[in-house]
Design a protein around this ligand. Sequence first.
Ligand SMILES: Cc1ncc(COP(=O)(O)O)c(C=O)c1O
Length: 336
Amino acid sequence: MELDWKNLGFQYLPTRGHVQCDFANGVWSKPVVKSDPHISLHIAANALHYGQAIFEGLKAFRAQDGTVSLFRPDRNADRMRLSAERLVMEAPSEDLFVEACKLAVRENLDFVPPYGTGASLYLRPLLIGTEPTIGIKASETFSFLVMVTPVGPYYKDGFSPVEALVMEDYDRAAPKGTGRAKTAGNYAASLLPGLIGKKKGFPIILFTDPKEGKYVDEFGTSNFIGITPAGEYKTPESGSILQSITNESLQTLAEEIGFKVVRAPIALDSLDQFTEVGACGTAAVITPIHAVHYGEKVFRFGGKSVAGVTLTKLYKTLQGIQYGEIPDTHGWLVKV
Ligand SMILES: Cc1ncc(COP(=O)(O)O)c(C=O)c1O
């Protein structure tokens, strides 16, 4: 497959096919490859009306020797299980999840970008309630689908710092709601605040804790991490944020280079404690944040054009592991 690998964005490009399996009468069907990107759904399917729709996001990377690996698919399987529990859905087992992901990559091997392009294959596992439901109740039938698409770096300018806006007027998820679940509705709720941020010139917005609006929750599509001069890696403890697998991995790496990982509420008024701030997630790994605008206040972290040393080191280490350049001592890579 000849694509312009070096200039891929973060958008859907058609591939050879996706994987589907269906749950009915208590059993999952075997995963099969489908080439038609359209799926057929009953007009009353629960996913369309009552939002039984959850998904995951992970990547496959090509190493220098040509082998292709998934990054920590077991963690995505586990998070899908947690999201499914919250939304009363039947989750695929870890084995089925990983098998379907591998099959989707194998089927589209020539869409996995070559080593050295900075690009990767993005996988989007999706679980939807398919039963026709009019009264509000959980579906008893589900489809589990894995689509893939080749992607470049999430932000056009790559690993360079951006400014964020604290979103004070809108929440993404309620304190005891669905913030920890990766469910479609949370993203629908974030579209308007995201658009408002973009109109004001901010590529990224920061949600506050929905109960008091005083603490940092997370960015629109990524977790918050902050580095202090005392050698701490701080990230918010909150029931309304997604448990990022990138953040989990970075915490392990930060501890290995001597940082103390602190998971605790972070008051918005205390952002001046940080010398480096980043947004972390699968799509971008880390987006360095050089300023956070909070009402009239502006908190600044490091230079406008260069990312801080700690986040740069963590970014390079994680990317190095993903592309097979640094030994994978944690067993994070799963060959397809
Ligand atoms: C709301 C939100 N928070 C955090 C993340 C980061 O999670 P992960 O590192 O597992 O991709 C994502 C997804 O990328 C997200 O959509």
